[in-house]
Design a protein around this ligand. Structure first.
Ligand code: PXG
Length: 454
């Protein structure tokens, strides 16, 4: 990247000298220097070189209502002046957290009326793990400790979050997973379906849950956790046969089901929650990201009434965070939910923008580099392949990273997960902006193909 603004170099040297960035190769980042994002509006970002970039990832899947909404800034400012902080530990509460808990209960699936707040999605999943084990202990079944999760799922980066997640490159650092967490196959037909049809493969992948429950013994299994659609793993939309079969298995065995809604929640699928989209009936749902549109950190765990009834009999739950239910975060989340409701943002996604985005994205199927386009709501994935028929990849060429770089250089943020390009734009993206996104994506696919062939 060429830097013409002297301030860019100043900021980059601050980065080199003092900042350790998440999920980064520190040394490599020093050599390259980070791109400095200075401001944003709607679906666009600007960097310190004056480049305008269409943010096809809504930040990190979070900026649902788009950048630059003054109402959220005003809500934060008002709350900071009134009550910037108080804790919820010692039999105290404050209005914003209570009003937010009610607002979430109103939009959550029926029977899910209680919320435990955290500072992030990872903390939400840590809370889940401890709450699940506490729940079974109260019920006199303390051995029901094991949580079943999925390979290539993402559930955060704390010790429990990374353990629950199925990212082996995360497990390798820090001796993870911790005991009591096991992983089953993911429903990723394009990558792992082999000769099976998507429907056959969906049933096969779902059956792995039953096999694992039987292998471990239902008396030792506390819960199954899954993202309705895997996000960080590469926008993996399961075959239609997957969730119905999982639901049959869950109905058969006495274990809890946790939907990790950190990405799918708050409208991403065109419904309030991915669990609504697939008609899942979770016992708990992890939330974060879209809860505040990323304007301020906040996460949580929504808990079904029957589970709370058991927890009510268990005395103290010895768990919580300094920033659980932070009043400023709660005020921002409330305002974010109000805007989503009043402006019918999810209705518009459902009726207009998601069908349009999905239709336009699928036009890329005719591109020689594209093996599959899939997506739901405002989530999309484009598989880059050498051979469409056999789904063979450009092995060892780093096609995804090449494409990502072309996107960056051409004013589009589209992420690469291996050779899968993924998008998750702000929910408020307009049809004209969707056109721009798809036009830029096609151009970058052309450039990537030339680079791979050249
Ligand atoms: N669950 C899911 C489904 C997530 O996507 C978390 C939990 C953890 O949330 P926090 O707030 O603790 O980060 C996430 C976060 C990526 C990427 O590479 C995705 C996430 C985080 C960082 C990177 O797409 N998702």
């Amino acid at each position: 990247m060429s830097n013409n603004n002297p301030q860019t170099r100043e900021w980059q040297s601050l980065s080199n000298d003092h900042h350790l960035a998440p999920f980064s190769d520190f040394k490599q980042l020093k050599e390259k220097g980070p791109r400095i994002i200075t401001h944003a509006k709607g679906v666009y970002l600007w960097d310190s070189e004056g480049n305008k970039i269409l943010d096809g990832m809504a930040g990190l899947w979070c900026v649902a209502i788009g950048y630059g909404r003054d109402e959220l800034a005003d809500a934060a400012s008002k709350q900071m002046r009134e009550l910037p902080y108080y804790n919820l530990f010692f039999q105290t509460a404050h209005p914003p957290v209570l009003e937010l808990a009610k607002a979430i209960a109103d939009i959550a699936p029926a029977g899910m009326n209680h919320v435990f707040f955290t500072g992030s999605g990872s903390e939400g999943n840590d809370t889940m793990l401890r709450m699940v084990r506490h729940y079974w202990a109260i019920k006199g079944q303390p051995n029901k400790k094991v949580i079943i999760s999925r390979k290539n799922g993402y559930h955060g980066s704390t010790v429990a979050g990374a353990s629950l997640g199925g990212m082996t490159y995360m497990h390798e650092q820090g001796d993870l997973p911790i005991p009591g967490i096991v992983h089953i196959a993911q429903p990723y037909w394009f990558g792992e379906g082999g000769d099976m049809t998507p429907e056959e493969f969906g049933v096969w992948a779902a059956n792995q849950l039953e096999q694992k429950i039987l292998e471990i013994g239902v008396d030792n299994v506390g819960a199954f956790i899954a993202e309705p659609i895997q996000g960080a793993g590469g926008v993996i939309v399961p075959p239609d046969s997957y969730w119905p079969r999982i639901k049959e298995i869950l109905a058969k065995y006495d274990i809890l089901f946790v939907a990790d809604e950190v990405i799918c929640g708050f409208g991403r699928t065109g419904e309030w929650f991915g669990s609504d989209f697939y008609d899942l009936k979770p016992d708990m749902m992890t939330i974060a990201k879209g809860l505040t549109s990323g304007y301020i950190p906040m996460g949580g765990l929504i808990v079904r009434d029957e589970v709370v009834a058991v927890l009510n009999e268990g005395g103290d739950f010895n768990h919580g965070f300094t920033y659980s239910g932070h009043p400023v975060a709660a005020a921002v989340a409330l305002e974010n939910i109000r805007i989503m409701r009043d402006e019918n943002i999810i209705g518009r996604v459902h009726e207009e923008s998601a069908p349009y985005l999905q239709k336009r994205l699928r036009e890329l199927n005719d591109h020689p580099l594209v093996g599959e386009v899939r997506g739901v709501g405002m989530l999309g994935a484009i598989e880059l392949v050498q051979d469409k028929a056999t789904r063979k990849r450009y092995e060892g060429k780093g096609a995804g990273m090449i494409c990502r770089q072309f996107c960056f250089d051409n004013g589009l943020i589209m992420r690469a997960v291996g050779d899968t390009m993924i998008i998750s734009p702000p929910l408020v993206i307009t049809p004209a902006e969707i056109d721009e996104l798809v036009t830029k994506a096609r151009k970058c696919l052309d450039l990537t193909l030339s680079a791979l062939q050249g």
